[in-house]
Design a protein around this ligand. Structure first.
Ligand SMILES: Cc1cc2nc3c(=O)[nH]c(=O)nc-3n(C[C@H](O)[C@H](O)[C@H](O)COP(=O)(O)OP(=O)(O)OC[C@H]3O[C@@H](n4cnc5c(N)ncnc54)[C@H](O)[C@@H]3O)c2cc1C
Length: 298
C-alpha cells in the first residue's frame, strides 16, 4: 500500500557518479534531498577506473561506496529501492515499490545497461579482459591480441580506431548474416581479418586464452571489445512524453541538463553526452547548481 512520506527539495534517482555528485552538492546547500537507488548499476561493474582525476586506479564499487558516505555526511537521505514511476502534479511524485515521495525537483541519473551477447564465461571476464567502451578501457588493450565483436556496421569503424590507437593485432568478428562488402577492402588494407560467425564460449581459467565459435573453430585472444550498444534505465519515465533525439533514443536536455519537462533533470548517459564517470559527475553538479538557483527563486 502506497503512502505519502515527505516533501523533498530534490529527489535523485540512481547512485552512480551523476546522482552521487548531485546529492553531495544539494546536501552542501542544506537542501532536503533524497537519493533512491536499487543497487548494481554500470559503475558497480567497472573494476579498473584509471581516467578519473587524482585516482591512479579505483574500482567503480569504491567510487560508489565513498560517494554514498560523502553524501550521507552532508545529510542526504539515502534509500534503497526501485523507482517504478515518476509523475508531475503540483509536485513530482516518485513511486518505489513500497513508497510514494513528493519533490519539487527530480534528477534522473539511472544510467544504462549493456546489451550483452550470450557467450559462455562472458561474465567471468567482463571488466577484466572483456570490455564494452573504448573511452573507458581501450587503453587496457594496448599491444594485446584483440578481438572486436559486434553486430553492427559501425563495429568496422571501432576495429579500425582500435588499431590506430591501441593494438595492431586485431580480428573483427561480426555477428551478422553477411559480410559488409563495402568495408571488405578497407579492412584488408588495414590488415584486420574479418570473420562472420557466432561466438559461443570464452576459453581460459584465470586468463583468457581463446574464443570458440559455433562451428568449433577457436581463435586465440587476450582481450575482447564488445560492440552491441546499450539500453536506457528509463521505464519509470513512461508517463512523460519527454523529447528524445532523432533516433527516439537519448533524452534531449538543455545546458543545465533539464529535460523537456520543467524541473526534471537527466544526467549521465541517458542524455546525448558521453558515457564517462567524470562527465556524469560534472553533469550532476551542473544540475544541482541550477536547482539551487531555482529553489532560491521560489
Ligand atoms: C565495465 C565498465 C567499465 C567502465 N569503465 C569506466 C572507466 O574506466 N572510466 C569511466 O569514466 N567510465 C567507465 N565506465 C562507464 C561509467 O560506469 C558510466 O559512465 C557511469 O556509470 C555513468 O554514471 P551514471 O551515474 O549515469 O550511471 P550508473 O553508474 O549506471 O548508475 C546508475 C544507478 O541508478 C540505479 N538505477 C537504475 N534504475 C533505477 C531505478 N528504476 N530505481 C532506482 N535506482 C535505479 C542503478 O542501480 C545504478 O546504481 C565503465 C562502465 C562499465 C560497464
Amino acid at each position: 500500500m502506497e503512502q505519502i512520506v515527505d516533501l523533498y527539495d530534490c529527489i535523485i534517482i540512481g547512485a552512480g557518479p551523476g546522482g552521487l555528485q548531485a546529492a553531495i552538492y544539494l546536501g552542501r546547500y542544506n537542501r532536503k534531498a533524497l537519493l533512491i537507488d536499487r543497487g548494481g548499476g554500470r559503475t558497480h561493474h567497472a573494476k579498473y577506473i584509471e581516467n578519473f582525476l587524482t585516482q591512479k586506479e579505483i574500482s567503480g564499487k569504491q567510487i560508489i561506496k565513498l560517494g554514498l558516505k560523502q553524501a550521507n555526511g552532508f545529510n542526504v537521505k539515502i534509500e534503497k529501492g526501485l523507482v517504478t514511476k515518476v509523475v508531475k502534479k503540483e509536485y513530482f511524485e516518485v513511486a518505489t515499490i513500497n513508497n510514494l515521495y513528493l519533490s519539487k525537483f527530480v534528477i534522473v541519473s539511472s544510467g544504462v545497461y549493456d546489451n550483452l551477447p550470450n557467450i559462455e564465461n562472458l561474465h567471468k571476464f567482463l571488466g577484466i579482459s572483456i570490455f564494452t567502451c573504448i573511452d573507458c578501457d581501450g587503453y587496457r588493450t594496448t599491444n594485446k591480441k584483440l578481438i572486436v565483436i559486434g553486430n553492427h556496421i559501425k563495429s568496422v569503424h571501432l576495429a579500425i580506431a582500435m588499431k590506430e590507437m591501441f593494438t595492431k593485432d586485431i580480428t573483427l568478428l561480426l555477428y551478422t548474416d553477411k559480410a559488409p562488402e563495402e568495408y571488405k577492402q578497407e579492412l584488408e588494407d588495414e590488415h584486420i581479418p574479418l570473420i562472420i560467425s557466432k561466438p559461443v564460449k570464452i576459453i581460459g581459467d584465470s586468463k583468457m586464452e581463446a574464443i570458440e565459435l559455433h562451428d568449433g573453430r577457436k581463435i586465440e585472444c587476450e582481450v575482447i571489445m564488445l560492440h552491441f550498444g546499450y539500453k536506457l534505465n528509463d521505464f519509470f519515465l513512461s508517463e512523460f512524453n519527454l523529447k528524445r533525439d532523432q533516433n527516439g533514443f537519448k533524452f534531449i536536455v538543455n545546458q543545465n541538463y533539464e529535460s523537456s519537462i520543467s524541473g526534471l533533470y537527466i544526467v549521465g548517459p541517458l542524455n546525448q553526452g558521453n558515457d564517462q564517470v567524470v562527465i556524469a559527475a560534472g553533469e550532476g553538479a551542473v544540475a544541482a547548481i541550477d536547482i539551487k538557483k531555482r529553489l532560491l527563486e521560489h
